[in-house]
Design a protein around this ligand. Structure first.
Ligand code: DC
Length: 212
């Protein structure tokens, strides 16, 4: 069983998906951590994130481990390293390449084929797992999303908003796995809502569909 939670950065996906997974006794999948890990390897290799010939082999060979909040590449804990602004910017660029997406989507499908999952990303409901019985598209206003990110990271809200605009555009405009609500998704605008309210609303829908 898979519940897909897609939407732009800062809409509250991670917090909501984690809380929902805990509530339903499901496992949380952070697909963004996989793209971030490819970006980290790219940055460390001094490779160009826009060059698929450099990036796709790194994605295909990625030895990633995901256990709760801990993300590892090989034996190294990279949980913090994949969240820096530099890697965040590179993640948005490496994730446009078709070969990168194919490698990540294949692994995500393998994981999701067994067990109960709440999976978070951009394309879970549209590409990775269209058969998910509940697909949620979480949104919030750009200003609110930037405010949340800035409060988390300590960066300046204006700078976060500018970087976020660029990443949003790349997410929406890319040819493969573009950010878009699945036709049968439930859209939830989290602007002005608390996490508990959002989780409660989604849990109610899940329950109504016999998923809890
Ligand atoms: O959700 P996040 O901020 O951790 O995602 C990091 C980057 O990965 C973001 O630029 C978009 C990309 N991404 C993607 O293309 N597809 C996904 N399913 C998840 C993330």
């Amino acid at each position: 069983m898979v519940i897909a939670i897609d939407g732009p950065a800062g809409a509250g996906k991670s917090t909501v998906a984690r809380a929902l997974a805990e509530r339903l006794g499901a496992t949380y999948l952070d697909s963004g951590a996989m793209y971030r890990s490819v970006a980290l390897l790219t940055v460390r290799a001094g490779a160009d994130p826009d060059d698929p010939a450099a990036v796709v082999p790194l994605a295909e060979g990625l030895d990633i481990g995901m256990a709760g909040r801990t993300i590892t590449i090989g034996a190294e804990d990279v949980s913090a390293a994949i969240r820096t602004p530099e890697v965040t910017a590179a993640a948005s660029r490496v994730s446009v390449h078709r070969g990168v997406r194919e490698a990540m989507v294949q692994r995500q499908r393998e994981l999701l084929s067994d067990g109960a999952w709440v999976a978070e990303g951009r394309d879970i409901g549209t590409v990775v797992y269209p058969e998910a019985p509940l697909k949620v598209f979480l949104t919030a206003s750009p200003e609110e999303r930037a405010r949340r990110r800035a409060a988390e990271s300590g960066e300046e809200a204006e700078a976060v908003l500018a970087a976020q605009r660029e990443r949003d555009a790349r997410d929406i405009e890319r040819e493969h796995g573009a950010l878009a609500p699945a036709a049968d998704s439930v859209e939830v605008d989290t602007t002005g809502l608390g996490i508990d309210e959002v989780v409660e609303a989604i849990a109610e829908i899940a329950s109504a569909r016999g998923l809890s």
